[in-house]
Design a protein around this ligand. Structure first.
Ligand code: SF4
Ligand code: SF3
Length: 541
C-alpha cells in the first residue's frame, strides 16, 4: 500500500485512499503530511514532558497550528511547502528543552532529504497504530485538533490567541503516542477535544465580531458587474480585508466564493463599493465555475480542487496554510502585510466575469441577529407557527448522495426552519423556501466555524424556554460533514450534550465498528436514511 488516508467523507470506498486521494492528493503529498503530523507529535511530547511554558513560545504555537491546518483536506497540495514545514518543525522540536529520557521516536528522529522523509513517513502514518479501535480514537482526536487549529489560526490572524488552546493541542497530540492510554481514556480525551473546540470557536467568534461587527441580515448579489475581478475563496477574513484595502479604487471588483460568502454579512466589509457579491456555489463546483469567472482566484484556505487546465492554474494564487504546486503563494512580510499587487495586476488584464446566475441570497443569522429576533422566534414557537428547527450545518461535497440534503430541505413541512452554517448551505440556499411571519426558513449563520452561533442560539432558547436539557428543544440535528473542521464541530456539539445527531451522507470511515458503537450508544449518533423516513423520524421524535 503506497499511502493511507481516511480523514474525509469522500475517502475511497468509505474505507481509505490507498493509491491516490479522491481529493487529488498524491502519494508523496499524503506521506509528507503524515510525517508532518508525526513531527508535531514529537514537538508535543517535548513540550509536555519538558513541562514547557506554552505562553512563552508563541512562535512555536503558531507554527504547530499552521502545520496542522496544512494537512486539512483540500488545503495544501504543495509537496515543496510541506517539506519546508517538516524541516521547520524539526528544527523547532530540536530547539526545545528535552527531558532526560523516555522520549518516543517522534521526538528524536532525523531526516535530511526528500527520500529519507518518504522512507520515514511509510512507518509513521495512520496504520502504524495496529489496534483498529485505538487507531480510530487517536485519529478522531487528531482530526478534531486539525479543525481546532484551523479556527485558532483565523483567530490568531486577527490578533486573538488563547494559550490554553495550544496547551491542549500539545496534550492531545502527545497522547496519541501514549500506548498506556485505554480506550476509555481516549474517549474522554475526545470529549475534551470537543470542549476545546467550543473554546476555539468562541475565540474566533470574538475575533471576528470585535473586528468586523456582528453579522446582520444581508442580501448578497449573486450576479456580476462589468469590471475585471478577483475571486476570494476559503475562510480567512483578515486576508479579505487586506485584499479589499488593496483593490479599493483600482477598478477591480472582488467577489466571494464558497465559504467566504458570509463575509458579506459583517458590517465592516459593507463600506467597500468594489465588494460586489458571491460567485458560484460550494467548493467542488469550482471545476466548472472558475472557467467563466475569467479573473484571478485567491485561496486563503481549503477547499482547493486540482485545476483541470493550465489556464486556470495560472490564475490561482494561494496564501496562509493553503498551497498548490506551481501556483504563486503570497506570504506576509514581517508586519503581517500581504502584497496582492500581482493578483490585482493580473485581474486588470483579464475579462470581467461571465454571469452564471442572477438574483440574491439572504444570510447573516449569527447569534446576535437571531437573538435580536428572539421574541419573534419564541412567539412563533409558542404559537406553533414554527414546529421544529433543523440544524443542517456542515460541509458540502461532490457525492451524488448529497442530493439528499436538497430533497430534505425541499420536503420539510412549511412550519419548519433550517439553521445552517458552512458550505452545506449551498445545497438549499437558493431554493426560495420562503419565511414564517418574516423569519426566513433558511437561517444562515455563516461559515462552518459559525456553527458555534447555532449552539449559542440553542443554549439561549433552552434558557428562554426554561428547559433543563438542550435535547428537549424542538431542534433536530441533521449534519453533513466532509473535512476535519466538521469533525471539531461535531465533537463540540457532543461536548455540549447534544444527542441524536444524524451525520451524513455517510458515517466517517475512520470510525471502527466498536468506536461507532460507542458513539451510537452514548450519544445517539446515527447516519441518514431516505428523506421521507428521516423527516418522519425527526418530526415524531
Ligand atoms: Fe482520501 Fe479524503 Fe484523505 Fe483526500 S483527504 S486522501 S479524499 S481520505
Ligand atoms: Fe466547506 Fe471545504 Fe467544510 Fe468550512 S469549504 S465547510 S468543506
Amino acid at each position: 500500500m503506497s499511502m493511507f488516508c481516511y480523514q474525509c467523507q469522500e475517502t475511497a470506498g468509505g474505507k481509505g485512499c490507498t493509491v491516490r486521494g479522491v481529493c487529488g492528493k498524491n502519494e508523496e503529498v499524503a506521506k509528507l503530511q503524515d510525517l508532518l503530523i508525526y513531527t508535531l507529535k514529537g514537538v508535543s511530547e517535548r513540550v509536555i514532558q519538558g513541562k514547557l511554558d506554552v505562553g512563552a513560545m508563541p512562535g512555536t504555537n503558531r507554527e504547530v497550528i499552521n502545520s496542522l491546518f496544512m494537512t486539512i483536506t483540500n488545503a495544501n497540495f504543495d509537496d515543496g511547502s510541506i517539506e519546508v514545514q517538516i524541516k521547520r518543525m524539526l528544527s523547532i522540536r530540536d530547539g526545545l528543552t528535552t527531558p532526560a529520557e523516555g522520549l518516543h521516536d517522534a521526538a528524536t528522529f532525523t531526516v535530511n532529504d526528500r527520500a529519507s522523509m518518504l522512507e520515514k513517513a511509510a512507518d509513521v502514518g495512520v496504520l502504524s497504530t495496529e489496534n483498529e479501535d485505538v487507531r480510530s480514537l487517536r485519529e478522531m482526536i487528531i482530526y478534531g485538533v486539525k479543525g481546532m487549529a484551523a479556527y485558532a489560526e483565523h483567530a490568531a490572524n486577527l490578533g486573538k490567541k488563547d494559550d490554553s488552546i495550544s496547551a491542549f493541542i500539545y496534550e492531545a497530540l502527545a497522547a496519541t503516542l501514549d500506548d498506556t492510554l485505554t480506550a476509555d481514556d481516549l474517549v474522554a480525551l475526545t470529549l475534551k477535544t470537543g470542549e476545546y473546540g467550543v473554546k476555539t470557536m468562541a475565540l474566533l467568534d470574538e475575533a471576528n465580531t470585535s473586528k468586523y461587527g456582528s453579522p446582520e441580515i444581508t442580501e448578497v448579489n449573486i450576479g456580476v458587474r462589468k469590471n475585471p475581478a478577483i475571486l476570494i475563496s476559503g475562510h480567512d477574513l483578515a486576508d479579505l480585508e487586506q485584499l479589499l484595502e488593496q483593490t479599493k479604487g483600482t477598478g477591480v471588483d472582488v467577489y466571494t466564493h464558497g465559504e467566504m460568502l458570509p463575509a458579506h454579512y459583517y458590517p465592516f466589509f459593507k463600506k467597500y463599493d468594489n465588494f460586489v457579491g458571491n460567485y458560484g456555489g460550494s467548493w467542488w463546483r469550482q471545476v466548472d465555475e472558475f472557467g467563466p469567472f475569467h479573473g484571478p482566484i485567491l485561496f486563503t484556505t481549503n477547499c482547493i480542487v486540482p485545476p483541470r487546465s493550465e489556464e486556470i492554474r495560472a490564475r490561482i494564487f494561494t496564501t496562509g496554510s493553503s498551497g498548490y504546486p506551481d501556483c504563486r503563494h503570497i506570504d506576509p512580510d514581517k508586519t503581517g502585510k500581504k502584497d496582492f499587487s500581482e493578483v490585482i495586476a493580473l485581474a486588470k488584464t483579464l475579462p470581467a466575469p461571465e454571469e452564471i446566475e442572477t438574483g440574491s441570497i439572504v444570510g447573516g443569522f449569527a447569534h446576535n441577529q437571531v437573538l435580536a429576533l428572539a421574541d419573534k422566534v419564541v412567539d412563533a414557537v409558542k404559537s406553533g407557527a414554527i414546529r421544529k428547527f433543523f440544524v443542517m450545518a456542515g460541509c458540502d461535497g461532490r457525492m451524488k448522495s448529497r442530493e439528499y440534503y436538497t430533497e430534505f430541505a425541499k420536503k420539510l413541512p412549511a412550519d419548519t426552519v433550517i439553521l445552517t452554517a458552512g458550505c452545506a448551505k449551498y445545497r438549499y440556499n437558493k431554493l426560495g423556501l420562503g419565511d414564517i411571519g418574516g423569519i426566513p426558513r433558511v437561517l444562515d449563520a455563516g461559515q462552518c466555524n459559525d456553527s458555534y452561533s447555532l449552539a449559542v442560539i440553542a443554549m439561549k432558547l433552552q434558557e428562554v424556554f426554561g428547559l433543563d436539557d438542550i435535547n428537549k428543544l424542538p431542534i433536530a440535528f441533521n449534519i453533513a460533514w466532509y473535512e476535519q473542521k466538521a469533525v471539531i464541530v461535531l465533537l463540540a456539539l457532543l461536548y455540549l450534550g447534544v444527542k441524536n445527531i444524524h451525520l451524513g451522507p455517510t458515517l466517517p470511515g475512520f470510525l471502527s465498528p466498536n468506536v461507532a458503537k460507542v458513539l451510537v450508544e452514548k450519544f445517539g449518533i446515527a447516519g441518514i436514511g431516505t428523506v421521507e423516513d428521516d423527516i418522519n423520524l425527526f418530526l415524531n421524535a
